[in-house]
Design a binder for this molecule. Structure first.
Ligand code: SF4
Ligand code: SF4
Length: 126
């Protein structure tokens, strides 16, 4: 499938999503990649997000974040200089599937803004 976005020209907005969910299978893949136990991988690279309200109960395992200069924070696996995933072959399923189509909404926005500003490196605040 030919796609209409170019991650090489993007600072990795999708990697700034606060809740990047990891499944047990993803933890296993990370453990194999770093040659550590699944328990150790879960502890080092993930945390549990919980949210409770009257209508909603969320409990999910997500990737840890680090502070970032471009966005407020990004996945700790993002190389903040090169803006590339450092664990590409071991990245979670949700990262493999995104943006799940021919287009990426953020990339379309980025392309539009760069054209408007006449600056190919412009990064709009998302
Ligand atoms: S936000 Fe879109 S264009 Fe940018 S890295 Fe993610 S998928 Fe690629
Ligand atoms: S694992 Fe890689 S692709 Fe997924 S959010 Fe982190 S840096 Fe981005």
């Amino acid at each position: 499938m030919s796609v209409k976005y170019d991650c090489a020209k993007c600072p990795g907005y999708c990697c700034s999503y606060p809740r990047i969910v990891v499944t047990n299978k993803d933890v296993k893949r990370l453990a194999q990649h770093f040659d550590v136990s699944e328990k150790e991988a879960a502890k080092r690279f993930t945390r549990v997000y919980r949210f409770d309200s009257e209508d909603e109960h969320i409990e999910e395992r997500i990737l840890k974040h680090s502070p970032d200069k471009v966005y407020k924070s990004v996945c700790s696996f993002l190389d903040q200089g090169k803006r590339r995933c450092t664990i590409y072959s071991a990245r979670p399923t949700v990262c493999r599937e995104y943006p799940d189509g021919k287009t990426c909404g953020y990339y379309s926005f980025l392309k539009f803004e760069r054209k408007q500003q006449g600056d190919k490196d412009f990064i709009p605040s998302a």
